[in-house]
Design a protein around this ligand. Structure first.
Ligand code: CAA
Length: 440
């Protein structure tokens, strides 16, 4: 069977930066370590007044097409995943294609364009759609462009305000991919939940504490479902687990859950048995509460073991480096986590080709997906071509007063022209309705 997966990836960050320990914490009267250690975040990427989901998505896609030497005719499908859409009819992919058509001689006449919505998991669902389209043999030799783009903004004063972020990830899905090959097996955990909603409103209504529990519950179900099709997973067989990362502190909890799950039926549980006992099995308990208490006790003990710390440092920590500097990118977040891991491996000069990533995606509302990916031979060149470090370093550092102005502007709360904090350079900018996507 021909390999299908991610051939190339590009990242585009919002051009502004909000420093959490330096600017946000003093304004909120909070200890900076609540953000750096508790949530695990140093900064948010924030969109300048001329940036939105279309411009960031188009900029990421343009960089990808240029780097891979692609023309519109090479693309048979453009899917955009977002939870920041502004049009209930026309998909964001048409706006992004419109931008790109300004710089190419040809149009995307024969590309199937769409928009995927299921909170943050929609980026992975678009990846799955592209995979299925190619596997079904409908692509006629063409590739799919998947763009995950969001402005993840919260109302001022909302607990989620510290986790804001803005950026886009563009991915090219092809046969014989250079970056990672996707596996066929998937596991899902899905339930109708109302912990995070955006019913025709700019900022979400969130029950933050509950959303953390819902994330973990769906992820556990997805892990179990995945193992029911793929068999037991041994921790030593997995190089990294990129999870959806609304903030790294969330992944600290997901990592522990993942470790408990994938060590359940392996020799590692035997090794740890003398130190912390065995995992509680549901069958041994008549009472659900007693079972939960026993699991909590086991998890607390597991989290203190050296073995777990070493595993977390090697398998999870490298997935968090970009998220710490940019905050939540909703649909792009898990794809940033994969990129962080591969970037770390490149910096450490690891030989990763053929190794396995277990990817844990999540979307509020709520659904989790687990699937495996195999790192392909061209990963070094792909990851080595990213300029994400330069992009992050070039961001304009907002003062609190600047932040309030630009936050209001994105809320469409004020009509004042707040101006621009950065000067666009060879990038698409939002230039008013009907003229959006001009390249400056
Ligand atoms: N030093 C070190 N750590 C500190 C600290 C300090 N001075 N002060 C607090 N902390 C720790 C806390 O102990 C806590 O850690 P644990 O969770 O491990 O106990 C952590 O910092 C956060 O502190 P709080 O829980 O007090 O923070 P909060 O109530 O202000 O907000 C939140 C937390 C509710 C998750 C909030 O950030 C939020 O609402 N976020 C938006 C929703 C969200 O991201 N949910 C995640 C799951 S849903 C999802 O993933 C979809 C999506 O993208 C939104």
């Amino acid at each position: 069977m021909t390999a299908v997966g991610i051939d190339a990836i590009e990242i585009w960050t919002g051009n502004l930066k909000l420093d959490l320990p330096g600017t946000f914490a003093p304004e909120k009267g909070e200890d900076p370590e609540k953000y750096t250690k508790g949530l695990g975040l140093n900064a948010s990427s924030f969109p300048d007044s001329y940036e939105d989901i279309v411009t960031m998505g188009a900029n990421a896609a343009h960089r990808l097409m240029e780097r891979k030497g692609l023309e519109p005719d090479d693309i048979g499908r453009i899917d955009v995943a977002t939870e920041s859409a502004f049009d209930n009819s026309k998909p964001v992919s048409t706006y992004i294609a419109g931008c790109l058509e300004e710089v190419y001689d040809d149009d995307f006449h024969h590309a199937n364009k769409g928009e995927r919505k299921f909170a943050c998991i929609a980026g992975t669902q678009s990846l799955d759609d592209a995979y299925n389209w190619i596997r079904a043999g409908r692509n006629r030799g063409r590739s799919a462009l998947v763009i995950a783009t969001d402005t993840a903004l919260y109302a001022r004063g909302d607990a989620g305000e510290a986790t804001q972020g803005a950026g886009a990830v563009a991915m090219l899905i092809s046969e014989e991919p250079a970056l990672v090959e996707l596996s066929t097996e998937q596991g899902y955990g899905s339930a109708d939940e109302t912990d995070f909603l955006k019913p025709n409103q700019q900022f979400p209504s969130v029950d933050g504490k509950r959303s953390v529990q819902v994330y973990l519950a769906r992820m556990r179900e997805a892990l179990e479902d995945y193992e029911s099709v793929a068999g037991d997973v041994h921790p030593d067989d997995i190089s990294y687990i990129p999870f959806h990362t609304p903030f790294p502190g969330m992944v600290r909890k997901a990592g522990l859950l993942g470790y408990r799950h994938i060590t359940r039926d392996t020799s590692i549980e035997d090794d740890l048995a003398d130190e912390i006992g065995r995992q509680p099995r549901k069958e041994a308990f008549d009472d659900e509460d007693a079972f939960r208490d026993a699991v909590r006790e086991y998890m607390n003990a597991l989290k203190e073991t050296d073995r777990y710390h070493e595993w977390y440092a090697e398998t999870i920590e490298p997935t968090l480096s970009l998220s710490r500097e940019v905050g939540n990118w909703y649909t792009g977040s898990v794809h940033l986590a994969r990129t962080s891991a591969l970037k770390t491996a490149l910096e450490e000069d690891r030989d990763l080709a053929g190794e396995i990533l277990l990817v844990g995606s999540y979307g509020s509302g709520a659904q989790a997906e687990i699937h495996a990916e195999t790192v392909a031979d061209g990963w070094r060149e792909e990851i080595g071509s990213l300029n994400v470090d330069q992009q992050l370093a070039a961001r304009y550092d907002l003062s609190w007063a600047d932040y309030e102005k630009v936050h209001d502007a994105h809320n469409h709360d004020v009509d004042d022209d707040v101006g621009e904090f950065t000067t666009p350079e060879n990038e698409f900018v939002f230039d008013g309705w009907g003229r959006m996507g001009e390249r400056k």
